[in-house]
Design a protein around this ligand. Sequence first.
Ligand code: SAH
Length: 513
Amino acid sequence: MKKGKVYLIGAGPGDYKLLTLKALECLQKADVIVYDRLANSEYLKQGKAGCEYIDAGKASSNHTLPQDEINEVIARKAAEGKIVARLKGGDPYVFGRGGEEGEYLYERGIDFEVVPGVTSAIGGLCYAGIPITHRDAASSFHVITGHLKDENDELDWDVLGKLKGTLVFLMGVANLNKIATKLMAAGKSKDTPVALISWATCYNQSVVTGNLEEIYEIALREGVKPPTLIVVGDVVRYREKLNFFENRPLFGKRIMVTRARTQSSQLVSRIQDEGGRAIELPTISIKENEDQTVLKSAIAQIDTYNYIVFTSQNAVEIFFKNLLESGKDLRALGNVKVAAIGAITEKVLREKGILADIVPEKAVAESLYTSLEKMLRKEDKVLLPQATNARDFLRDSLDKICELTYATVYETVMDTQTSINGLEEVKSLEERRTELVALLENKEVDYITFTSASTATYFMEILGCENLLKLEGVKLISIGEITSAKMRELGMNVYKQSPEAKIESVLETISND
Ligand code: SAH
């Protein structure tokens, strides 16, 4: 039997990209992933096909799985010969009970490794603009539990009160009053700066600051809740200068992405990098047509063609796939001119080794036609691979002025999957509608981005016309004219249209808002 192994993995403090390469590798090879509430659930999508997921959801008061059961389950799965990734928030050994899990495995002779993670105690402060040490302010730091069992807790307050270094309390919000009082009683000045950092490194990070004397009042007023870090010390003052995270252009904005899941990653990653929260609701997926006879026979005599017109990235991908399959490569296109609509289409062509000859200024079919009309002769052979449900305009107008081969190569269909906790599942339309309506009703969405007319069409199909009013208060952003027109036709209110039909421009429109 294959030998099992457990990896106790630190998942970092929340920001998706604060995971180590080693942790990622372990997640990708695991047969079972056991995860905590504090670990970013997006990591779960790194699991391989068929991976088993177990939610150990250790919320501080409502344990889904008690610690001994977690120990038992990870040991048992490894004993069955499986690779177990035990994913824990922050670092496994910083108040993470990783030590206990390791001991349990050691006692049972089960192979394990520990992968350190960025602890919230350090990384969380960093994202709040607070350096945990600073030559001018603190020459040590102390990470302390704020989870105090009773009056006679184990902390030596007299010592803590005298420390000059930065004090970081984890699990301490419920005892904030006591922590502040005890520190002042032990000699800490009431003017010592304090920061409370909630959901550090996440899109919803929030920070309140004050001094030791007033911080409890402030926390009550602001309704501070766990998970929160309590930072006591002069280093808090540097936040004014070092707060890079909250100053990013999309910080705090919750943006829904409706494009096909195969195409959304770039947009999602950009949103996250600029500080926003991306909510993925893929509305469409691309289905390649089974019958590619028209395309294939055009490719067979591609040297007789004068132009190929690409109106989407999908058309490019499918064309090149078929080109290679028919035993040809780029050299077969030596005499053909290439036209492309849209920056992405142009970029994908470039990646294939083709610099498009004709790219209209505006990424719409009408604009491309205006350029082509001037150069096309009646006898020119033009290949137009497009979606079955693309608009007729380009086909109909080209057909009149040249010898057109129109190949329908794919179809945009409604996406039927959904992504919950990073796990993709096939859902019924009803289920998807319920989830979308709940997000809107709970006011969890600030912007919805529409990057094509079909995303708008299928979004409305998922939402249902009867729920149109639920979009009130949500800002709907369109990528360009055609999309906006479709949105209006569907009864949606276009809040803003991005000046250029590009992802960058859509994001800029949101960050300028
Ligand atoms: N092993 C974790 C800590 C687990 S104890 C680590 O290294 O970060 C849980 C406590 O950690 C919470 O009560 C809170 O005080 C702190 N914490 C963890 N992640 C946090 C986050 N993203 N924002 C604020 N506090 C966090």
